[in-house]
Ligand binder design. Structure first.
Ligand code: GDP
Length: 138
């Protein structure tokens, strides 16, 4: 089933000059880039995006990191996009990420882990709508 997912190239990977290399991995993985935008986000915008993690001890650090510099927001499309992107990304902690995954290649640490990808259809719908307007997704 053709599906859409939401992804971010996080500030660590943009800063280290890996935007293009990560986009290449995504395209090699068979994803179509439906929409893409490089921008910086505010701490408040990061807090709204990661609201599900508000009670976690790392919430302040995570949202400070995500608002620390430019990132790349994307909507991606392919068959089984949500699960396939999670597979291509690798485990949250790069120390546990499988060989060949984006986090294995580009992540610096558990927090500075290069890429975000939605984890379920409901999350993807919320995240796409949080960052992109309908007219940007045609
Ligand atoms: P994901 O779905 O693989 O991105 O992982 P989660 O939804 O569990 O966590 C969201 C993001 O928070 C991760 O991608 C990391 O950037 C960060 N994160 C997760 N766990 C920790 C942690 O224990 N400490 C810190 N500092 N950051 C974390």
């Amino acid at each position: 089933m053709i599906q859409r997912t939401f992804s971010i190239i996080k500030p660590d990977a943009v800063k280290s000059g890996n935007t293009g290399a990560i986009l290449a991995e995504i395209e090699k993985g068979g994803f179509k880039i439906v929409s893409i935008r490089k921008q910086s986000i505010s701490k408040k915008e990061a807090e709204g995006f990661y609201a599900v993690h508000a009670a976690k001890g790392f919430f302040d650090s995570l949202t400070t990191f995500m608002s620390s510099g430019p990132l790349v927001l994307m909507v991606l499309e392919k068959d089984n996009a949500i699960a396939d992107l999670r597979k291509l990304m690798g485990a949250t902690n790069p120390a546990n990420a499988e060989e060949g995954t984006i986090r294995k290649k580009f992540a610096e640490s558990l927090e500075h882990n290069a890429i975000h990808g939605s984890d379920a259809p409901e999350t993807a719908a919320f995240e796409i709508g949080y960052w992109f307007a309908g007219y940007e997704l045609i």
